[in-house]
Each structure stands twice: as C-alpha cells, then as structure tokens.
Design a protein around this ligand. Structure first.
Ligand SMILES: [Zn+2]
Length: 74
C-alpha cells in the first residue's frame, strides 16, 4: 500500500458501498460521504472490530463493526 494513502475506519454499509457500489440498502449518508471524500476510496481487507467511533465516510455515530478503507487523495 502506498504511503500516500490515508487509512480510514468505516462502517459496514460504507465498506460494502466502496467495494460493490450503490444498492437499495445503501444509506444516503454513505452516498453523501463518499461524494464529499477528498479522494478515491478503496476497500481494505482488515477488520477493525466493534467501535463506537464515528464512521469516517458517512460520519454516523452508531456503534458497530469497523473496517479498514483507504483514501487516495486527489
Ligand atoms: Zn459509514
């Protein structure tokens, strides 16, 4: 992984959106967050476990599984 990539902690919904694109269950916050991201988002393979920290894509604060994603800045 390039050192210029920024590591993000993202929720399940955002990880699936980054990996597979939009579908009927994609939250609006995820779509908006991805549109506002300062670069290209890529799904990582690392499971970060349960966390109460906010998702760094959709910004929602629900507790849940967090996963690694990568941001390639513009
Ligand atoms: Zn999210």
């Amino acid at each position: 992984m390039s050192e210029s990539f920024i590591a993000l902690s993202v929720c399940e919904d955002c990880l699936l959106f980054i990996a597979n694109g939009i579908d009927d269950s994609t939250p609006q916050e995820t779509v908006s967050g991805a549109e506002n991201a300062a670069g290209w988002l890529m799904a990582g393979s690392e499971d970060l476990g349960f966390s109460w920290s906010h998702c760094e894509v959709c910004q929602r604060r629900l507790g849940g599984q967090r996963h690694r994603a990568w941001l390639d800045p513009h």
